[in-house]
Ligand binder design. Sequence first.
Ligand code: F6P
Length: 367
Amino acid sequence: RKKIGVLTSGGDASGMNACVRSVVLYGISKGCDVYAVYEGYQGLVDGGDYIRKMDWRSVTGYLSIGGTSIGTARCMAFKTREGRLLAAQNLIKNGIDSLIVCGGDGSLTGADVFRSEWSGLVSELLKADRITKEEASIFKHLTIVGLVGSIDNDMSSTDITIGAVTSLHRICEAVDSVDTTALSHSRAFVIEVMGRHCGWLALMAGIATGADFVFIPERPPSEEDWETAMCKVARRHRELGKRKTIIIVAEGALDRNLKAIKVDHIKDILCDRLGLDTRVTILGHTQRGGSPCAFDRILGTVQSVAAVDAVLASTPDKPSPMIGMNNNQVTTKPLMDAVKLTHEGAAAIESRNFDRALELRDPQFLD
Ligand code: F6P
């Protein structure tokens, strides 16, 4: 009987619960035992009550709950060898040889490193009498399957990550609310949105709310003097009769010299040069909270079915798979290839190769 562990890691994202629910229900229906590892990798390191066998009713109501009900953490202990030894020991003692991890690129890389070290960890545990010879011979391999849970939509090789669309809805609701007060007072608002080094949330929110100007890391303003360019656009829109000015700024936005574009600086420019009564709104973690939209419930559900199937089809010689979504199809791709392309995208921004950065994120972006 296959024993599968499921955990959520890194920043939470709406739809992670749909993943856990689907892994549990589909896994059980396929004759597997499914264990939830609470608190991400920390739960794996701590073991005990953090690793719990799930039954059909354990995930009742999960679909509509935001965040992750089994908890998540950005775990430092798992980055150490002793942490990973403890994690391996806890998995073996619970009889688990397959892990489905839902998280961002950092969490998924951690999972693959764990898998590649596995035989060394098992030998070390055996040598230290922390596991028996029989256990070492049964748990020769670890299977890892990655699900991409992140509001940032910053992973290459998949069109969309679990939680990004819900976040986008939250941002749109917030910008719509700001819009009404901006209109009343004829004000300008500079709104900062999350996304880390990725501009997907900012760009899509800009399109969805009809913002005047959007700043994203992958396409810095072409002008050295972007302040003047932005003012030109805002002024023109005012002259056309707009009573409000909305500027959306990705938290990772950069100018052409890779200098961070700060919301307060934009505010000062709009006040000083255009005389606009301007406020700054940083949306913060409201963007990450709340009930998942239908899309993320569906995405988490169908991708997790594919994740369980990938566990059941896994062999030690195959690379760890990542479940993605491409052209509306659930896809399975080598996890580390996707991670490599994601890092290449970040490096392309650092070397100011912005076209390459966009290409690596395609088709998530409209060029
Ligand atoms: O990666 C998801 C994310 O929400 C980013 O958009 C943001 O930069 C970061 O996590 C915030 O992290 P924390 O919740 O640890 O403050």
